[in-house]
Design a protein around this ligand. Structure first.
Ligand SMILES: [Zn+2]
Ligand SMILES: [Zn+2]
Length: 316
């Protein structure tokens, strides 16, 4: 573990100072370069503070530059959901220490994407045992292409991989609460799960929900628009009007907020599907601006209307 961290730190330092030529050839052979987008994310995460919002007696929302995190504290050990970027790890540990003196317990990944798992290795080294859907471990174990961003994510180091995985669901009784970890059929990726804290009435749905914006759907690792709609319905069914729902990105929301997102997805799907069924090509469909009415409300985040129309078209 320590050796792995040192080797990666050394390589990053070498690349940053233009000194890569002094790195022995066997090291170059073992460490695939990280895409620029990931390095930029690490840089922004380093500069972004972590904010902590209390959601229940012992449950908190932690937000920085990467995916939204949740924390449950207690004498049986802290549970953290998602690990953001590696550069956030010291600040995440400080945020945990500010509200808990308990030992580190479990880290649960909502899905495989690096903005939710890049901090895994550092948090594992700090004492967390990593849980996730089986597909998350499988995808992190080998290089993955995210075609939309033209990037290839190298395999994660062994210390970053979830060591406990499940297929359909896992039920955990911890710190006086019961948690359901439930897999969605392919939606944002084929690795997505939700985590529901029953007593706290907190639901983390990962990147099934981008609150207030068109979602990214990772078509290269199993994501499909129909699955996003079904996953939203599955998660909405376990929420009530008091449930605090944590999206993968964007602010904390309510069931009503999540329902609005679901309804937008459903309308967008129908509009794009109608054009595709009429024989329009992807470019023709985008040119017709079928979801322009939604752009003012939803197109100001990660994706604009044209990009989202293309993803929906391709994954119908
Ligand atoms: Zn994300
Ligand atoms: Zn994601």
């Amino acid at each position: 573990m320590l050796e792995t961290i040192n080797r990666r730190s050394f390589l990053q330092m070498g690349a940053a100072t233009g000194a890569a030529a002094i790195v022995p050839r066997w090291m170059n052979a073992q460490a695939a370069p990280l895409p620029d987008r990931v390095l930029q994310g690490r840089d922004l995460a380093l500069k972004t503070p972590i904010t902590t919002t209390k959601l229940y007696d012992n449950v908190y929302l932690l937000q920085g530059f990467g995916g939204n995190m949740a924390l449950q504290t207690g004498p049986e050990g802290n549970i953290l959901i998602d690990s953001s970027f590696s550069t956030s790890v010291p600040k995440v540990r400080e945020a945990i220490a500010a509200v808990s003196h308990d030992a580190q317990g479990a880290l649960i990944n909502t899905h495989w994407h690096y903005d939710h798992t890049d901090g895994n290795e550092g948090l594992h080294a700090a004492g967390f045992t990593i849980y996730a859907h089986r597909n998350t471990r499988e995808r992190m174990s080998t290089a993955q292409t995210i075609s939309f961003f033209h990037l290839v994510m190298p395999a994660s180091p062994s210390g970053a991989l979830p060591s406990i995985t499940f297929d359909d669901s896992l039920h955990v009784w911890h710190n006086g609460d019961s948690l359901d970890l439930v897999h969605f059929d392919p939606a944002h990726t084929d690795t997505d799960i939700y985590i529901h804290f029953h007593n706290a009435n907190v639901l983390h749905v990962g990147d099934i929900w981008f609150n207030g914006m068109y979602p990214f759907i990772d078509e290269a690792t199993g994501g499909v628009i129909g699955g996003m709609i079904h996953a939203s319905e599955k998660a909405l069914a376990v929420a009530n009007n008091d449930t605090k729902i944590i999206p993968g990105h964007g602010p904390l929301g309510s069931k009503a907020d999540f329902q609005k997102f679901h309804d937008m997805l459903s309308s967008v799907r129908d509009k794009v599907a109608a054009l595709k069924a009429s024989g329009a090509s992807e470019q023709e469909t985008i040119a017709k601006k079928p979801i322009a009415d939604f752009d003012a409300a939803w197109g100001k985040g990660m994706l604009g209307g044209d990009a989202f129309t293309g993803i929906v078209y391709r994954t119908l």
